[in-house]
Ligand binder design. Structure first.
Ligand code: ATP
Ligand code: MG
Length: 200
């Protein structure tokens, strides 16, 4: 089994995340992609939406794509979500799976600063998908990391959760930036309005 791991805060999930996962699934011939919301991401403020809300929105976003699943391993573990801890747990649990951790190119330059990156690169390959506005500096990466990255071309979508949160605060539209079901969930749950009171 070739499994893609789509890790992120998903605060909230948007069309860029889905297209990234679908692009890598096709390019690398993955059997499944598992969407894994972080509990508390390293180097980032705590998420605005709760873990439960973020997971629910991921479920709604995945919809009928039967190759996509959710994985709540980091939410259940709690604390700061270090990818190396997660991948070590997953490789232990699924010894026959080959993992491809999906990242936007904005994260590639950042890889050297990931916790225990050498160990992580021995547990998984990385699949990098294009995200506009970031210049790649792959030459700065250690060979054991650099050799573990597959690059996949994707139509660039300039969508970020940060921009979506800003729009929610400003009472602006997020329709089509997120799947319809996520849009409806945010409207229905009143989270839309509640979120508008928080700051980034
Ligand atoms: P935030 O603005 O809160 O950082 P985000 O939009 O970057 O949110 P994350 O949950 O941080 O979303 O991202 C999870 C993963 O998805 C990261 O590897 C990120 O690079 C990738 N990603 C996010 N948005 C896009 C996009 N529009 N195109 C390609 N990759 C993306
Ligand atoms: Mg991000």
């Amino acid at each position: 089994m070739k499994i893609g791991i789509m890790g992120g805060t998903f605060d909230p999930i948007h069309t860029g995340h889905l297209l990234a996962a679908e692009t890598v699934r096709e390019a690398l011939g993955l059997d499944e992609v598992w969407f894994m919301p972080a509990h508390v991401p390293p180097h980032k403020a705590e998420a605005g939406f709760s873990g439960e809300e973020r997971l629910r929105m991921v479920e709604l976003a995945i919809g009928s794509q039967s190759a996509f699943r959710t994985l709540d391993i980091e939410l259940r573990r709690g604390g700061v979500s270090y990818t190396v801890d997660t991948m070590s747990e997953l490789t232990g649990k699924y010894p026959d799976a080959r993992f491809h951790f999906i990242i936007g190119t904005d994260m590639v330059n950042y890889l050297p600063r990931w916790n225990r990156i050498g160990e992580l690169a021995s547990l998984t390959r990385f699949a990098a998908v294009g995200r506009g506005g970031y210049e790649l500096h792959a030459e700065d990466l250690a060979p054991e990391v650099k050799n573990k990255i597959d690059y996949c071309d994707m139509p660039q979508l300039e969508i970020s959760s940060t921009d979506i949160r800003r729009r929610l605060r400003e009472g602006r539209t997020i329709r089509y930036l997120v799947p319809d079901k996520v849009h409806d969930y945010l409207q229905r749950s009143g989270t839309h309005a509640a979120y508008a009171r928080t700051t980034d």
